[in-house]
Design a protein around this ligand. Sequence first.
Ligand code: GCU
Length: 608
Amino acid sequence: MLYPIQNSHRNKLDLSGIWDFATDPRRSLTPEDLPGEQNWRPMAAPGSWNEQYEDLFGYLGLGWYVKKTHVPQSWEGQRVFLRVGSANYFAAVYVNGVKVGEHEGGHLPFAFDITDAINWDGENLIAISVENELRPDRVPSGNMPNSSMSMFASTPPTTFDFYPFAGIHRPVVLYTTPQTFVEDLTVITDIDGTDGVVTVRAQLNAEASGAGTVKLTAGGKEVAATVLRFAGGLAVVELRVPNARFWSDTDPYLYDLTVVAEGSANSGEDAYTLKVGIRTVRVEGGQILLNGRPVKLNGFGRHEDFPASGRGLNLPLIVKDYQLMRWTGANSYRTSHYPYSEEEMQMADREGFLIIDEIPAVSLQMADEANFPERLRMCLQQTDEMIARDKNHPAVVMWCVANEPMHAGVGVGALGESDPRIEAANLPGKRFLDALVARARELDATRPVTIVTVMGGPQSWMEQCDVICMNRYWGWYTLGGQLDVARQKLAAELDQVWDRFGKPVIMTEFGADTIPGYHGHPSVMWTEEYQADYIRMHLEVAAEREFVAGMQVWNFADFAAVQSIARVGGLNHKGVFTRIRTPKMAAHVLREFWVRAAAPVRAEPVTA
Ligand code: GCU
């Protein structure tokens, strides 16, 4: 799923902006009715509708977006596609009343060939319907039976701890390609001494044979090139870059790779260019190695979340968040709990952040086997789509195929120790998760694969993982206000997990809800002092253990959760920054550990 680009062979028209929007709670509208005299209102896309209108805050039913556009006549003769970067949760797309396709699942792009539906001599009506109904068989799930009975009953009734924002969350783009075009590229990089080795797999949209070229440039200067010979639409070549500059979090160097497919009788030439970072990532013993050297993945769990834009793409926020993460000394984050925008992945490549890329399989109820088939189908689809989209980003160093799958009888206050009885009772869940890990490995053998486990969950679920990723809340959900005891329990559990698996451990979540500006002495829970003490304790415990390969605070910033007795003002307040990005005391604690630790150690002046 290549990102749309404009070049001398391809065109692109971004339809981001203010669309017309109308709700359709009874699902009574048909494309023929559009635009008609509905109660249209202005709606920004990208953007969640929930945060743009007070009466839509809780609305998750069907909504219609419509927009009229000309298609440049110069495009006639090419293939024209309509691509949506993300629509949460189920979308259908119509052009001039003709249905061109539909897609299930948020946070991942989809595109349809709309060439035959275009009116070249006038305006075209684009209509996109979206709904985000919470259902037990969806991924993520909601509206579970008896959900209103639980102590953490939430509104809306999700099974996950973030607001189920709905709408078109990323750009809607028209783009063109020649009739025969480069449909997919897979770039795999390796290191041989000081040489970079770049394997390129180029796939055309047709089983065409023919020639082409591939070249790698550094700052416009060619460093490697070769010819392509397409057979059955496929060409695979290897480029060698002498004395290559490798990509890393400390030196995120990017080359430009351009693939050209020569034209034929019925199709013009095509070219596609993408950024390439030459790096390797692998697990060895208790370490994660980037380019053969141990690396720590220190940073955050995050959310795509901000007032007014909701989960919608917010480019100024992305730039600001990367500066703030850099300011704390972080070099990594997890795309909790869904793939983030392609623009984020491009920033991570450019800025040098190590990404754990995660599908939306958050809090899946693993005792609820009746819904396994539907959920497994969606999880496999999301794994396929995430890897197809992100496989060429050097910043993506790990795939995560589930966050906190919930076993039977889980309690938020679970005491963390794994119970063999729980492991025996949760074999169906293990089979489900093992299937997802296997799928990710089958699609990409070059990156570690993991699942993120919940406190007290079956440790056997981690057996297939290359890296042990744990969310633990010692000193918050368990032993709250008792940081000394929590410290011992955390240390004991980390050591037990290392003894059992002998694999690198990343704490993918640890955090404490903190009301910004709320102080206390003694530092009781919910105060900024408590969060600072809590995070300091965790980083100290981790620093004593070489097998801890990363510490990711939950969360980078306060974010919209759901209405419940545990979420003050409907927000999760575990951010080290507030929702509008002002730092709490804990942000300064991170700088103590991550910025000073990373600062170059200056040699002591030689005394005479
Ligand atoms: C879980 C979950 C997060 C949630 C967090 C919390 O670990 O993965 O999505 O926000 O706990 O309760 O704050």
